[in-house]
Design a protein around this ligand. Structure first.
Ligand SMILES: [Ca+2]
Length: 82
């Protein structure tokens, strides 16, 4: 069972860290930064470039080439429930 408040909190923390230009969405470079933080702090397995592309494409549900907070929550929820 995933605690939505915890998911939102963790997502916000990752965002604050990784959204270096403060745009409110993560581009590919910023998403790499976010993943690096998640790998370091949550014991995620490092991704290959191919897995990274798949993850980015899968999370970018509106296909605008950016990961916003709502989109990132899907990954955080998966991570916290693992
Ligand atoms: Ca998007």
């Amino acid at each position: 069972m995933v605690d939505q408040a915890r998911v939102a909190e963790v997502t916000k923390g990752i965002f604050t860290f990784a959204d270096t230009d403060g745009s409110g969405a993560l581009d590919r470079e910023e998403f790499k930064t976010a993943l690096g933080k998640m790998i370091a702090e949550h014991g995620m397995s490092p991704l290959t470039d191919e897995q990274f592309d798949q993850e980015f494409t899968g999370l970018d549900v509106d296909g605008n080439g950016l990961i916003d907070e709502n989109e990132l929550q899907a990954l955080v929820a998966r991570l916290l429930s693992a």
